[in-house]
Design a protein around this ligand. Structure first.
Ligand code: BDP
Length: 702
């Protein structure tokens, strides 16, 4: 297997009996998927129906029920899209072996089908991928090849992967996609490119996947030749109106614009003395007649201010209530930038009148690219479950953003995708799990990370029914199947669920952040110091290690970022004794001999954390090894190879950070821990070859 089938490794065979009275492109897909892949024995009826119950679930929600006589299954929805999602739900239950009555690992055909009584409805209205794909085919922070979109070939040549992409998204409930990088080229709105975008939108439509675009705020000047792009200028507004009309004439259900403005050198309304709200509202007014929306990013910071972590809040909080109702503010989970662990962004608790949406990063810019295995559902759950206290206890980010706390009708959640044109889509075979997990959480944020992990592992690694197993032409035996089930359950609890915390441990434990190497964000470079570069892009800005201790003082004695959080969290974070230890160095500058809850000093605790991370990766290798018996050699070796790199990188991270920080702590690494195998000097001189993303930090080729 090459991984191209993702979690949709369905077996074909005899045609199932599927009944549907209506026909439409979307319903036809549902019928054909079930005809080909449904093996549950019972006939399935698909119904679009406007009963009260179904209307309450919306046109994407659905029910799946076994009839009273147990002789058939009905998937019903008030919309065609809901029927399609219901069909994929049924196929997921089948592939993850969750259809049989007993919990045994017997194949579905061997045991009784359980009585189905399912009712589902998505938690977010817009569940959207953000592609950071450039028009030249490169992907910013992409580690799985080039862009899926072959702009050169479009609109004439259409890759079969466009439809496969839409299908994969529909199978997990993703209903929207932004095709191009937030650092947007104005060219995306040219007539030439809009023709190409239209072709993609037409392919995606039957799968319920809507197209959105990132726009460059100075398009009126850059593309339209106007002297300005001032959002209050009449000609500028007229230009956007005309352009938007053109977009909708080609793509009648176009979703809207995503905007990165006045951030990291991108143009924006502030260039003309206007606010973010004025910029966003101008576009919102233009999109309004077509029911389009604006997703306006809050990822803003400048080198002048004292603490980067405070800036998005300072800029956006005063604008609460000033946005049109078809604007939603898109906020990264943390206040800095997709680090292995951040506290949640305080802005989630600051906007009561403006809808806000989380932006997660599925691509592992800061978590080892596609070399490291890091299952991100635990990280996203951590964010969604965080309590902002904006309306008292229980005001979780999930409730702030899903419309239940402030009743905003516009709700959304975005994931910066890890998809490229690699045969297996995501680079690391396990990176597919993050695409999957994003879709599942966007649909239902109460799902546990364990449930998602189990579903994904079973769909991805159980043998396809009726196909030869890895080693022989025979089907896998009952005993082997049971062993495989136990192995998958270990992989879930000890590998998937632990993997993100392991990355935190060997990269940046205890609240450390952004000590990455300059530019590429792969390896460690806590010492990095580029003369003349922006101070807020230097690791020392974040770790502040000195003889007195380590960490960024964001307490009331320091930058006072803690004050941006509501009580009682604010006080909890502000006090070094009550601040959660996994965020300690994010909020405090702590002396090396500070006593931790374990009884160790801070320095020893730091050493233990790095060491734990390394030992975890060694354990990941062990957990993976037995899979050799059960799965195809291609995927087995691919994962095995990447786990080796991950372990070596973990050692590199540990050695680099501990040997560097040791210069300040002036204390030995506790003798019971694994000793360093690198010299600090070598690591400091080593320059990573990042062109091929094989980043061996070992065997130093200088
Ligand atoms: C950072 C990335 C950069 C993105 C930026 C953003 O390093 O490439 O353009 O975020 O989100 O994480 O706009």
């Amino acid at each position: 297997e090459d991984g191209s089938a993702l979690w949709l490794r369905y077996a074909t065979g005899t045609k199932a009996e599927i009944n549907c009275r209506k026909q439409s492109p979307t319903l036809n897909i549902a019928v054909s998927e079930l005809q080909k892949y449904w093996k549950g024995g019972l006939p399935v009826t698909l119904e679009v129906n406007a009963t009260k119950e179904l209307r309450a679930l919306g046109n994407e929600g659905y029910t799946i029920r076994t009839s009273a006589d147990g002789k058939q299954i009905t998937i019903a929805s008030s919309g065609e899209q809901g029927v399609l999602y219901g069909a994929y739900h049924l196929l997921r239950l089948q592939a993850a072996e969750q259809l049989s009555e007993s919990n045994s690992s017997a194949t579905n055909s061997d045991s009784k089908l359980r009585v189905l009584n399912i009712s589902e409805k998505p938690d977010y209205r817009i569940r959207i991928l953000n592609h950071w794909d450039n028009l030249d085919g490169t992907i910013e922070r992409g580690y799985a090849g080039h862009s899926l979109w072959k702009w050169e070939e479009l609109p004439a040549v259409v890759s079969p992967r466009y439809e496969a992409y839409a299908r994969a998204n529909a199978s997990i409930g993703i209903n929207a996609t932004v095709l191009n990088n937030v650092n947007a080229s104005p060219k995306i709105l040219s007539d030439e490119y809009l023709q190409k975008v239209k072709v993609l939108a037409d392919i995606f439509r039957p799968y319920g996947l809507k197209v959105y675009l990132s726009i460059n705020f100075s398009s009126p000047a850059a593309l339209g030749g106007l002297p300005t792009s001032d959002p209050l200028n009449k000609e500028v507004i007229a230009w956007w109106k005309k352009k938007t009309k053109e977009v909708y004439s080609l793509i009648p259900d176009f979703g809207g614009f995503l905007v990165k403005a006045n951030s990291e050198g991108q143009p924006g309304p502030c260039d003309y003395g206007r606010t973010h709200a004025e910029g966003a509202n101008m576009l919102a007014d233009v999109l309004k007649p077509y029911r389009g929306i604006v997703m306006w990013r809050a990822f803003v910071y400048s080198p002048t201010d004292s603490d980067r972590a405070k800036q998005a809040y300072l800029e956006f909080e005063p604008l609460d209530g000033k946005f049109r109702d078809n604007v939603i503010v898109q906020i990264k989970n943390g206040p800095i930038d997709f680090q292995p662990r951040e506290p949640f962004s305080a802005l989630f608790g600051a906007m009561k009148k403006t809808p806000v949406m989380p932006e997660f990063q599925i691509t592992q810019e800061y978590l080892g690219f596609s070399n490291h295995l890091a299952f991100l559902a635990p990280m996203w759950k951590e964010c969604l479950d965080s309590d902002t206290y904006v309306q008292g206890a229980g005001s979780t980010i999930a409730r702030v953003t899903d419309g239940s706390l402030f009743a905003h009708p516009l709700t959304a959640i975005a994931g910066v995708t890890n998809i490229g044109d690699d045969i297996n889509w995501c680079g690391h075979p396990f990176a597919q799990a993050n695409w999957y997990a994003f879709g599942r959480l966007a649909w239902k944020h109460s799902l546990s990370s364990e449930e998602i992990g189990e579903e994904w592992l079973k769909q991805t690694f159980l043998p396809i029914a009726g196909q030869p197993s890895r080693n022989s032409v025979n089907e896998i035996s009952q005993k082997e199947r049971q062993q495989l089930h136990s192995q998958l359950s270990l992989l879930n609890s000890q590998l998937l669920q632990e993997s993100r915390e392991a990355v935190v441990d060997y990269m940046m434990p205890l609240g450390l952040h952004h000590i990455f190497a300059w530019g590429h964000h792969y390896g460690p470079e806590p010492w990095c110091d580029i003369p003349g570069a922006r101070p807020d892009w230097m690791p020392s800005y974040y770790h502040r290690a000195d003889d007195g201790g380590i960490g960024f003082d964001r307490s009331s004695k320091g930058s006072n970022a803690t004050a941006q959080y509501h009580s009682p969290l604010c006080e909890q974070l502000d006090n070094v004794d009550t601040c959660p230890e996994n965020l300690l160095l994010w909020f405090h500058h702590v002396p090396w001999n500070h006593r931790m809850k374990s009884g160790r000093t801070l320095w020893a605790e730091l050493c233990y954390a790095y060491d734990r991370g390394v030992q975890e990766t060694r354990n990941f290798q062990k957990l993976w090894a037995p899979m050799e018996k059960y799965i195809d050699p291609e995927r087995f070796r691919d994962v095995q190879h990447r786990l080796k790199i991950q372990t070596r990188d973990a050692v590199w991270w540990k050695d680099a950070c501990l040997l560097y920080f040791q210069q300040f702590s002036k204390q030995p690494i506790p003798y019971e821990l694994e000793r360093p195998v690198h010299e600090l000097k070598d690591m400091m001189e080593y320059k990573l070859n990042i062109t091929n993303f094989e980043c061996p930090p070992y065997g130093f080729t200088r």
